[in-house]
Design a protein around this ligand. Structure first.
Ligand code: NAG
Ligand code: NAG
Ligand code: NAG
Ligand code: NAG
Ligand code: NAG
Ligand code: NAG
Ligand code: NAG
Ligand code: NAG
Ligand code: NAG
Ligand code: NAG
Length: 695
């Protein structure tokens, strides 16, 4: 290659690769359309497998890294540019200048030829108090364009999706329709020809109807068909053919894509924008085993809409309100987080809230809703108690009624006698979306863990809602689980905790205190429901366990002293995160001296990227670290938060923000790429500790 052409090439490369800013950080993966276990589309960013935070040059993916084709193009004065996606023979990429995220939005800014600027907003609304909106499994893409050189430019805008969104198997046969609603919403409806109800392949859903919609207005055109044909049509002509390819076929057979384009005419310094909606409608997304059998559960949004198109149409026309509600939540979360522990804390809570809400699905009637949660990535369990538990600060901070209806399926199943064990069940179904329970009691056994979790969460829901009726209706179950805790919490049997990747261990200090806090919770529940004698008895038992627990677990010889991982095992330790419910509700069962001792100790073993979970490994869990921070004094709290935020910012991980990682390097634990788990809702624990909740 001649030197001159090398220089030209480097110069043009440099203009394309001009650096983007990232605010507040470049997260491991950038959330694009994240509303439910199945609408979960991201742009991998971390250096280990991502694209360094740029929207072009790499396909967007499902949370597990499977490609979901999403292509954006723009023509400016007759020349096409790429602003999203990685189509072959891709036109020149627009120059990304900034990326910013909030809890509900990812916003990219790009320029084309120093002539126009694009502001590309992905809004996945979070509306905790408005379940009509929260239950819609849709997300927005808003692209706004403005001239930045003082001259008008002739602009056409384009975006398509591939059929990869509708199945985890690219050989599945796709079918599709194009249509228009009475209020001018234009849509491609795309679905598996053979609907496999309640099935998954590689975590993607195999039934229901996907919609890729926009609003019909001057200059709109559409087309579906082979990727190179449809994209080539736009690149060459700036307008689509308004035709359908009705040769329904496999997703990977000449890759059908579904496109909308707009001719915006001359764009000046007044911004012009277009809006797309992407989403999934499943009328009966969940199956739930009740006494009468396996009952399909109806989507909650169907309380408000007669059919899918009405829901779609509402969503497409609701952008202004959805943006207003989401922005209000974003601003509140940002302000509360900064006020608590600075920007590094806000960096974490904004990512955490997204994942806590991106795992949910709402069904049922307005009077009797149910909320479902997928564990995600570690396995597909439904409403896993020890996943709801770490996540629950996100729901307590936003709307505690969400926690109630997440727990409800677990209570209903066990109250109905569909679970034989005396302790609390682990989850309500081994694979989402089948909440078929465990009539044989053969769920993953975490007896102390889940019994303690259910009691602590029942009480915190009460503490925020003051709903005694709820406690009364499940009192017998709560009492039954308390009996287990009275038996097992002071000297815990050899069993797994939620951190099951560590294996089982007897006498775990952190499990023991969870159980003791659970007994104390039950004493308050007994009091609230008018059972004075029981209240006194439970309280006496819990109080009597505490000094014994300290005696078994306090490593008095260590300098500084600290609590051991398991009893009488000197020089071991773990994060004592299960004291958090005591702290959050000011129960007063855990002595302040325990908090003081642990706070001082944590500060001595903190690594650059966090506080190890325990002495068995140097890996940790971001959710439990922040729980630990929430139970620590202010200096230690800030130090832990800063370290976890450094992990989020500096990790090479590229899947949606992982909770399990190495605290020395900030990288994945080999072989365990936890991703997109709702447990990151636990990052809001400090906000909950600051709420001043009392029982
Ligand atoms: C939570 O959401 C529900 C359902 O929209 C609503 O009735 C309730 O007022 C909200 N707020 C709280 C604090 O529960
Ligand atoms: C859920 O149950 C149905 C049978 O009712 C089955 O066909 C489907 O494969 C199950 N889904 C998963 C994810 O296991
Ligand atoms: C896109 O977002 C901008 C900025 O919030 C807004 O002004 C505009 O109305 C939105 N466009 C559409 C088509 O909704
Ligand atoms: C309190 O809980 C009961 C039982 O679950 C429920 O029927 C009622 O709607 C709840 N009240 C409020 C205000 O949430
Ligand atoms: C558990 O701790 C108790 C109290 O120190 C002790 O008696 C018992 O031997 C321990 N069990 C095991 C399996 O280590
Ligand atoms: C609950 O506790 C309060 C004070 O802690 C006490 O006054 C009240 O009598 C108790 N109620 C019951 C039913 O035990
Ligand atoms: C206290 O509770 C324990 C465990 O349920 C029970 O064995 C004991 O009889 C109770 N004592 C009183 C006084 O109720
Ligand atoms: C643990 O032991 C140390 C050393 O004896 C003591 O100073 C500390 O108070 C003990 N911790 C608690 C919570 O009692
Ligand atoms: C002490 O903890 C270590 C893990 O840190 C474990 O390997 C060892 O078996 C434990 N010892 C006892 C006596 O429990
Ligand atoms: C954790 O890292 C430290 C270095 O900071 C090392 O000394 C220790 O052995 C590591 N622990 C484990 C369990 O690998």
């Amino acid at each position: 290659m001649k030197a001159t052409s090398l220089i030209t090439m480097l110069a043009s490369l440099a203009s394309v690769m001009a650096e983007s800013t990232f605010t507040p950080i470049k997260p491991p993966s950038q959330p694009l359309a994240v509303r439910s276990p199945y609408l979960s589309t991201w742009q991998a960013a971390g250096s280990g497998g991502g694209n360094d935070g740029y929207l072009t040059g790499q396909w967007t993916t499902f949370w597990n890294d499977r490609i979901l084709g999403w292509q954006g193009l723009i023509r400016v004065d007759g020349t096409a540019y790429n602003w999203m996606g990685a189509m072959g023979d891709s036109p020149t990429a627009a120059t990304q200048t900034s990326y910013e995220y909030t809890a509900t939005r990812s916003i990219y800014t790009m320029t084309v030829d120093e002539a126009v600027e694009l502001t590309i907003t992905f809004l996945s609304p979070i509306t905790p108090d408005d379940w009509k909106r929260q239950s819609l499994v849709f997300s927005y893409l808003n692209v706004s364009i403005v001239s930045i050189d003082g001259k008008p430019h002739d602009v056409q805008l384009y975006a398509d999706i591939s059929a990869e969104w509708i199945s985890g198997d690219d050989s599945s046969i796709a079918e599709w329709e194009y249509g228009k609603t009475v209020d001018d919403v234009v849509y491609h409806q795309i679905y598996r020809q053979t609907q496999e109800a309640w099935s998954e392949i590689s975590d993607q859903t195999e039934f229901g109807y996907w919609y890729w919609a926009s609003t019909s207005q001057n200059g709109h055109s559409y087309q579906n068909g082979e990727d190179v044909v449809v994209r080539g049509q736009f690149i060459d002509n700036g307008v689509l053919a308004n035709t359908q390819d009705t040769h329904y076929r496999a997703i990977n057979d000449d890759w059908p894509v579904f496109a909308h384009a707009f001719d915006l005419g001359a764009v000046t310094d007044t911004p012009v924008s277009r809006l797309w909606s992407i989403g999934l409608c499943q009328d009966e997304p969940i199956q739930f085993t009740e006494v009468s059998g396996v009952i399909p559960q109806t989507s909650y949004y169907l309380n408000y809409f007669d059919n899918q198109l009405e829901a779609l149409s509402f969503f497409q026309n609701d952008y202004a309100t959805a943006l207003e509600l989401s922005t209000a939540l974003d601003d509140q979360l940002q302000a509360d987080s900064v006020n608590a522990n600075g920007q590094s804390y806000a960096t974490l809570t904004t990512l955490g809230l997204r994942q806590a809400f991106g795992a949910l699905q709402f069904t049922g009637t307005i009077d009797s809703p149910l909320i479902w949660l997928k564990e995600i990535s570690s396995d597909g369990n439904m409403n896993t108690v020890d996943v709801i538990f770490p996540a629950h600060p996100a729901y307590i901070y936003t709307n505690a009624t969400i926690l109630k209806y997440l727990l409800e399926p677990l209570f209903i199943n066990q109250q109905s006698g569909l679970y034989p064990n005396s302790y609390a069940m682990h989850d309500v179904g081994s694979h989402y979306p089948n909440a078929t329970g465990y009539p044989d009691g053969n769920d993953e056994a975490m007896p102390l863990e889940e019994s303690g979790n259910m009691l602590a969460m029942a009480l915190i829901y009460y503490a925020v809602s003051k709903n005694v009726t709820f406690l009364e209706s499940y009192y017998d179950l709560l009492a039954q689980w308390t009996e287990y805790l009275i038996e097992d919490s002071l000297v815990p049997a050899n069993q797994a905790s939620t951190d099951d990747f560590e294996g089982a261990l007897a006498n775990q200090t952190n499990l023991a205190i969870k159980g003791i806090v659970g007994i104390k919770a039950q004493s308050i529940i007994a009091n609230l429901t008018g059972r004075s004698a029981d209240a006194q008895n439970y309280s006496d038992i819990a109080e009597s366990y505490v000094p014994q627990w300290i005696n078994f677990a306090n490593d008095t010889t260590a300098n500084p002293p600290h609590f051991e991982l398991n009893y009488n095992n000197v020089s071991t330790w773990s994060i004592l995160y299960n004291t958090f419910p005591d702290k959050a509700m000011s129960l007063g069962i855990v002595p302040q001296s325990v908090y003081d001792e642990q706070s001082k100790f944590y500060a001595t073993v903190l690594h650059d990227f966090g506080l190890a979970l325990d002495t068995r490994h140097n890996w940790s869990k971001s959710d439990w670290e922040i729980w630990g921070a929430a139970t620590s004094n202010s200096d230690t709290r800030q130090a832990i938060i800063d370290a976890v935020a450094a992990y989020a910012a500096d990790t090479s991980e590229w899947l949606p923000f992982g909770d399990l990682y190495e605290t020395l390097t900030g990288d994945y634990v080999p072989g365990d790429h936890f991703a997109n788990r709702p447990v990151q809702g636990g990052l809001l624990a400090v906000l909950v500790a600051n709420m001043g909740i009392t029982v």
